[in-house]
Structure formats: structure tokens, C-alpha cells
Design a binder for this molecule. Structure first.
Ligand code: SF4
Length: 296
């Protein structure tokens, strides 16, 4: 959410901390500015390829403070978790903005303003958590799920599995990404997640705080938790730029071309909302492949 970007920038501004993060995060909008814009006014923001780069920077520059801005779902947060447990550097901390997929799916199902008939469960996350955490969806909600990979043929297989369940008037979890996803998941990775984090409420951009949909660093590792190391005041934040409907797009309620800023003021080379930033963002994909998507 914008609040995460705002808080990280507040830490940088008030404690002279170098921010390290992945390139994708640079243009994600905060309430007033992105990390990229803040870099332009002199904030030290360094793009890294992995948390180990951030730790190396902290080791090589003991006189400076470093913060790793860790954002993502179970796949990303798992790598960070290993360092939460292992790293003990006085000049290094982690700001965790980690989200959980299965409880977020459940909250979507509980909304009666959304129309969807099945879930394509994400392949990368499922390599960590497995297919098992989705079992409650057909059992409790009678809703079809297919775990799918990312190659075009994987997506087609996932859609095929959902349509098959739909036609058979049944619901189950079909694992169509068996070459990487096991039912039980990656047990060692799951143990690492459980050790490093506690389940907590999480802020979703434009959607507010959703209960039990995030991971925060566990109290026993508070020495590395930037949210505990720095006393961050309550900041006034704005999640969505005026006119941006990312909140509706994220839950499938609207399509990108229904936003009046789409491909006009908001473009891949000039993103205004978060959905336009990364190559995986819905608006970015729609803008990049617009002719293919909207062709009749
Ligand atoms: S086109 Fe831009 S402004 Fe509109 S919803 Fe997408 S990200 Fe937000």
C-alpha cells in the first residue's frame, strides 16, 4: 500500500537510512512520491537483486544504516524469512510488507459484489505453500480451484481444469503445475516462514486492512524489524490517485479500459496507479497487449 512506501521514506528522511529494494518497487506510488521520485531529491535508494546484496552493503559500510524493503507474497517473503532468522547486523533492518494468498482468496469469496466462478491459484506461491492450503475452498465454498504455472500452456491447462470442473458441476483443487507444486508444499520453506513471522492484518492498496492476510516479523526477531526499530508516527496517507480504480481492478470488479486515465495520463512509461507499474500489473499488461485483449 501507499502507506508502506510512505513509512519507508519517512525512515529514510528522519534516520538517514539507505533504502534497498527490488527494481519493481521503485515506481510504486506512495501518497506523495515513489522511491524513484524520492531518489531524485537525494534519498539514498539502491536497487538490488536479492536480500543478500543488501546485507553485503550493510557489512561493507558499518558506519551507515541500511533497510531492506521486502514486499511480496509467500514466495518472496520466504527468502527474506531465512535472513530474518540468520542476520544479526546492528546497521541493518527489514521493513516487511508481506501478504498471504489463501486468506485473501477467502475474503474475496465472502464479498457478494464480485462475480467470478473459479480460482487460478498462483504457481510460484504454490511451490512454497503447496496445493493443500486451497483445499478449504471447494470444501467450504464449493468453488473450483486450479493451480497453474506461468507458461502460456500452463495457463491454458489451468483454465481447462476449471472449465472441466464447471462442466462436471463439481469443485476440487486440480494441481496443473505438478512439475513444481507438491500438495504439502515445500516443508522446509514453510517451517522457515512459521519461525520468522506471525500472521497479522495487512493493508491492501485501496481495499483497506484485511484481517489475517499478512506476515509480520515475529517478536523474537524484533532487532531486525524496521517497524519496531524506528518509531514511525501515524502518517496521513492516500492509497489511490484521484481517478485511479486499482482497488476495483485488483478484485476483478472493473477492467483497465474502464479507468478514464488508462493509456492517457497513466501509461507503462508514466504509471499513476500501482496496477500500471510492473510488467505483471493488470493495467500494464492491458496497455502492453491492448490490441490483442480488446480485439473483437
Ligand atoms: S490505468 Fe492507471 S490510474 Fe487507472 S486503474 Fe490502472 S493504474 Fe490506476
Amino acid at each position: 500500500s501507499a502507506q508502506d512506501v510512505d513509512e519507508v521514506l519517512w525512515i529514510a528522511d528522519n534516520h538517514n537510512v539507505t533504502i534497498t529494494t527490488f527494481g519493481d518497487m521503485m515506481r510504486v506510488p506512495g501518497s506523495k512520491e515513489s522511491l524513484y521520485q524520492a531518489q531524485g531529491r537525494g534519498v539514498d535508494v539502491q536497487v538490488i537483486y536479492g536480500i543478500s546484496d543488501a546485507i553485503k552493503l550493510a557489512e561493507e559500510n558499518p558506519e551507515k544504516e541500511f533497510l531492506f524493503f521486502s514486499v511480496g507474497f509467500e514466495t518472496t517473503s520466504c527468502v527474506t524469512a531465512a535472513e530474518v532468522i540468520r542476520t544479526k547486523l546492528p546497521n541493518f533492518s527489514i521493513y516487511a510488507s508481506h501478504k498471504l494468498i489463501p486468506p485473501a482468496m477467502e475474503l474475496l469469496m465472502q464479498r457478494d459484489d464480485l462475480e467470478f466462478q473459479g480460482f487460478l491459484a498462483p504457481g510460484h506461491v504454490s511451490t512454497i505453500i503447496g496445493a493443500k492450503p486451497y483445499d478449504f475452498i471447494p470444501e467450504k465454498y464449493n468453488f473450483p480451484v486450479a493451480v497453474a504455472g506461468f507458461e502460456p500452456v500452463d495457463i491454458l491447462l489451468g483454465i481447462y481444469a476449471l472449465l472441466k470442473q464447471f462442466n462436471e458441476n463439481t469443485s476440487r483443487v486440480d494441481n496443473m503445475y505438478k512439475r513444481y507444486v507438491r500438495h504439502e508444499g515445500n516443508v522446509a520453506a514453510l517451517k522457515t516462514l512459521e519461525e520468522a513471522y506471525v500472521v497479522a492484518d495487512a493493508r491492501w492498496r485501496g481495499l483497506g486492512v484485511w484481517p489475517n492476510t499478512g506476515h509480520e516479523i515475529a517478536d523474537k526477531y524484533s532487532h531486525i524489524d524496521a517497524k519496531k526499530k524506528y518509531e514511525i508516527p501515524e502518517l496521513e496517507t492516500t492509497d489511490l490517485h484521484s481517478g485511479c480504480i486499482c482497488d476495483e481492478i485488483l478484485v476483478g470488479k472493473s477492467k483497465p479500459h474502464q479507468c478514464k486515465l488508462f493509456n492517457k495520463a497513466c501509461r507503462p512509461d508514466h504509471p499513476i496507479g500501482a496496477c500500471m507499474v510492473s510488467h505483471e500489473g493488470t493495467c500494464n499488461v492491458a496497455a502492453t497487449y491492448e490490441e490483442i485483449i480488446w480485439e473483437d
